[in-house]
Design a protein around this ligand. Structure first.
Ligand code: DAH
Length: 376
C-alpha cells in the first residue's frame, strides 16, 4: 500500500484517510500468518515504516491548523498498532511462531495448547477497607466525601486552624517541610499535612454553608515508629456547618456513627479536651468492644477506649476562612452570628488494628504478603 499525498484537510477527508489506514492496519495485525517482527518493521520501522512515511507526508507537510487535526488521529493509530503488537507478542509466544515457521499454521489467534496464566486477584487493604466503612457510615447520614492533597500549605494545615506561627501547639504536629521555600511567605510554604483538618478549610474556601463532609486521607508526622506509632498514618475527618448546629448534634451524630460502625451495644462518652480549632473540644471514648465495658486488658481495665477528637468549630476558624475568601474575591459567607458547626477527627489505623486484632501498626505499611493475604 502506498501512502497517498493529502490535499484536503477537512475533518471528513482526514477521517476517511485514517479510517482506510485503520482498516489496513487491522487486516495486517489480525493476519494469522504474519510474523510479529515483520509487522513491526512494516508499520513502526524508524526508517521505512508506514507511520514514518505518514508522519513525513501527512503530519510534517501539513499547514499548522491541519496539524492539530491530524496529530490526534495519527497518535490514535500509532497507539492502536503498538497495543496490538504488544498483545500479539505476549499472546503468541514461541510455539505458535515455531508452528508458523514450520508451516503448520495455527488457524486461530488463540493457541489453546498453551498453559493459562492465572491472574492473581488482590484484596482490599485492611486499612482502606476500614476507612471506607467509616466513610460509608457518614455517607449514609448525608455527608459527602471531600479529599485534599498530602502536600499542603502552612495556612490550610496550621494558620487558619488557629495554630499561629511559632505557637507551641505546632510542636505537637511536627512534620516534614519541603526544602527551598525560604522566600515565600510562611502561609504559602508547603509541608506534608499533619492531619486531614486542612480539607475543612479547603472546602469552606470553595463552598458556602450548609456543609456536611467526611474526609478520609493519609497524614504525616515526625514520629519515631514503634508498635503504635507510624510517621505515616490515616485519619477520617468530619465537618458539619449550618444554622443552629449545637453540641447535641455533635453528640448525637458521633454516638450514632459509633453504634453503626461497632454495633448498637456500644456506648459513647465525651470528655473535655483541647484542639486549637474547636471550642469547646472533647475526646470521645467508646465502651470497650472486647469486654463490653466490664474491664479487660485491651481497655486497661477501664471499660472504655479513647477513639476520637471533636468539638464545635472555633469562630476564629470561620473568621480565617472569611478573610481568605475575601482575598480570593469571594463572599465572606461564614457569618459567625448565624452559623455554627462541629468537627471531628479519628485515627483509622488504631481502629483497623482494634477491629482486626493487629498488634503492630508497622504491619499495615510493610507490604508483607504473609500479613496481607490474611485479609484476602
Ligand atoms: N486534627 C486533629 C488531630 O490530628 C484531630 C481532630 C480533633 C480533628 C478534633 C477535628 C476535631 O476536626 O474537631 O489531632
Amino acid at each position: 500500500m502506498t501512502i497517498p499525498q493529502l490535499t484536503d484537510y477537512t475533518e471528513a477527508s482526514l477521517d476517511k484517510a485514517f479510517s482506510e489506514l485503520n482498516i489496513e492496519a487491522d487486516r495486517a495485525l489480525n493476519s494469522v500468518t504474519a510474523d510479529n517482527e515483520t509487522l513491526r518493521l512494516e508499520w513502526l520501522g524508524r526508517k521505512q515504516g508506514r507511520l514514518k512515511t505518514i508522519s513525513d507526508l501527512w503530519l510534517k507537510a501539513a499547514p499548522p491548523e491541519a496539524k492539530r487535526l491530524i496529530g490526534p488521529r495519527f497518535n490514535a493509530l500509532k497507539e492502536k498498532i503498538e497495543v496490538e503488537l504488544e498483545r500479539r507478542n505476549s499472546s503468541l509466544p514461541g510455539i505458535r511462531q515455531a508452528n508458523i515457521h514450520a508451516g503448520n499454521i495455527v488457524e486461530s489467534q488463540i493457541d489453546v495448547t498453551l498453559p493459562g496464566s492465572a491472574q492473581r486477584i488482590g484484596a482490599e487493604h485492611p486499612l482502606i477497607k476500614t476507612m471506607a466503612e467509616i466513610v460509608g457510615v457518614f455517607q449514609r447520614m448525608g455527608y459527602s466525601v471531600g479529599l485534599g492533597p498530602e502536600v499542603e500549605n502552612d495556612f490550610n494545615n496550621f494558620e487558619s486552624l488557629n495554630f499561629p506561627p511559632n505557637h507551641p501547639a505546632r510542636d505537637t504536629q511536627d512534620t516534614l517541610v519541603l526544602a527551598g521555600q525560604e522566600q515565600k511567605p510562611l502561609r504559602e510554604r508547603l509541608l506534608m499535612r499533619t492531619h486531614t483538618s486542612p480539607v475543612q478549610i479547603r472546602t469552606m474556601l470553595e463552598q458556602a454553608p450548609p456543609l456536611r463532609i467526611v474526609i478520609p486521607g493519609k497524614v504525616h508526622r515526625n514520629e519515631a515508629a514503634d508498635a503504635t506509632h507510624s510517621p505515616v498514618f490515616h485519619q477520617v475527618e468530619g465537618l458539619c456547618v449550618d444554622t443552629n448546629i449545637t453540641f447535641s448534634d455533635l453528640k448525637g451524630t458521633l454516638d450514632h456513627a459509633m453504634k453503626a460502625f461497632f454495633g448498637s451495644a456500644v456506648k459513647t462518652r465525651f470528655f473535655p479536651s483541647f484542639f486549637p480549632f474547636t471550642e469547646p473540644s472533647a475526646d470521645v471514648q467508646i465502651s470497650c468492644i472486647f469486654c463490653g465495658g466490664k474491664g479487660c486488658r485491651k481497655c486497661k481495665h477501664s471499660g472504655w477506649i479513647e477513639l476520637l477528637g471533636c468539638g464545635m468549630v472555633d469562630p476564629a476558624v470561620f473568621e480565617a476562612v472569611n478573610a481568605r475568601r475575601i482575598e480570593l474575591g469571594r463572599e465572606p459567607v461564614y457569618d459567625t452570628s448565624r452559623i455554627s458547626g462541629f468537627a471531628f477527627g479519628m485515627g483509622v489505623d488504631r481502629i483497623a488494628m482494634m477491629k482486626y486484632g493487629i498488634s503492630d501498626i508497622g504491619l499495615l505499611y510493610s507490604g508483607d504478603m504473609r500479613f496481607l493475604e490474611q485479609f484476602a
